[in-house]
Ligand binder design. Structure first.
Ligand code: ASP
Length: 363
């Protein structure tokens, strides 16, 4: 099942590339379909994550939040919480958890936060990091992604952090390598460590996750952050509402347990967490967005919209932000913004994931 799923997504992507259709992405991935079949969207009390065996291959990899149970998420967040405290006391760093271990960052798409915070996390745990610059590597001589990954493994690298524009690449590598693969973002599919750091931020804010309402606002269609958050938030008992231009909010997402919120201002009033998503210019198909000015006026968070929020509500964004489009500079710098807290929590969450996958003797 896993093979069919992931090779299917990858094959579709490759075929589209060859046909000159660029990096257009499927609205729903095969995982989504399977999730929606198992998800009882009419009865929130019965919501269940699918079995973990369907997603994580054999538990050695970290490919998505799809299939993680509430207990698994909870224990990763608890470990991350512990690492938040450790990181505040720089004298205790580096730890010994990853002593002698080396992580490789293999990014085929740009990144600031994810890439550097994985590096920081590995160093904090006493490990080392090697960065593969794809444009300076043998990839430009035609070496495949798989051969590159196998080469790094043969050098004794202990884990690969992989980001790629095609959904399914990390899972594809997980089937051929024996070292852990961590998904740092694959196309519009998943970005699991982002979702975990978001949940940690929310839990710190409210002291719980169960029963809160999150509004995901913006370009849901192209957002891997939206998918990973949707899976994880529903598993942890949050109500998830979606708002944005109809072209960028696929109705099919309701099959994954989300609700559509056509009245943005009303939804802002009811939200505990307003999670603003970036307009993904690099994944846009022509014609999905009439203009950025229209987007800003219909959906952008400015001082007026911020005023609609309840007293305790917070504003989050995974970054990078198109300042002045999704939210104004004033909102970004406001007391409600948790954007930089998210970034700090990203280091602790990635430490927890690396600890979970890599601590202990090499096998
Ligand atoms: N940094 C996040 C990602 O890589 C969000 C974004 O780019 O909008 O998916």
């Amino acid at each position: 099942m896993v093979e069919e799923t992931w090779f299917g997504v990858l094959a579709e992507y490759m075929a589209r590339q060859q046909a000159g259709l660029g990096e257009e992405v499927a609205i729903m991935t095969y995982d989504d379909v399977e999730y929606s079949e198992r998800f009882d969207y009419n009865d929130n009390s019965k919501q269940q994550a699918p079995g973990k065996e369907t997603k994580r291959v054999d538990g050695r990899h970290f490919l998505g939040t799809y299939g993680l149970s509430a207990d698994e998420i909870d224990s990763l967040l608890n470990l991350a919480e512990y690492y938040c405290r450790v990181n505040n006391d720089s004298a205790s760093l580096p730890l010994e958890v990853l002593r002698g271990k080396m992580l490789a960052n293999l990014f085929f798409e740009p990144s600031t936060r994810t890439r550097l915070s994985f590096a920081r996390a590995a160093v904090n745990l006493g490990g080392e990091v090697v960065e593969l610059e794809s444009k300076m590597s043998s990839l430009v001589k035609g070496e495949s992604v798989l051969d590159t990954a196998l080469t790094l493994q043969a050098m004794g690298v202990d884990a690969l952090v992989v980001r790629h524009a095609a959904a399914g690449v990390p899972a594809f590598l997980a089937h051929s390598l024996s070292i852990p693969i961590i998904n740092a973002g694959d196309g519009a599919h998943e970005h699991p460590t982002q979702a975990l750091l978001d949940l940690l931020t929310i839990r710190q804010e409210f002291g719980r996750l169960q029963g809160l309402t999150a509004l995901l606002l913006g370009d849901i269609r192209h957002s891997r952050v939206a998918r990973s958050n949707l899976y994880a938030m529903r598993t942890c008992g949050l109500r998830v509402r979606l708002a944005g231009p109809p072209t960028l909010v696929p109705e099919e997402m309701t099959r994954l347990g989300a609700e559509l919120a056509p009245d943005v201002d009303g939804a802002l009033r009811e939200a505990d967490v307003v999670y603003v998503l970036r307009i993904q210019h690099e994944r846009q198909q022509a014609g999905m967005l009439p203009s950025l000015a229209e987007y800003r006026s219909f959906y952008g968070i400015d001082a007026r919209r911020q005023f609609l929020l309840s007293d305790k509500a917070v504003i989050m964004h995974p970054g990078p932000i198109n300042i002045g489009v999704e939210l104004t500079a004033e909102v970004y710098a406001s007391a409600r913004s948790r954007v930089l807290r998210q970034v700090s929590n990203g280091v602790a969450v990635r430490m927890a994931v690396l600890h979970h996958l890599l601590s202990g003797p090499r096998n």
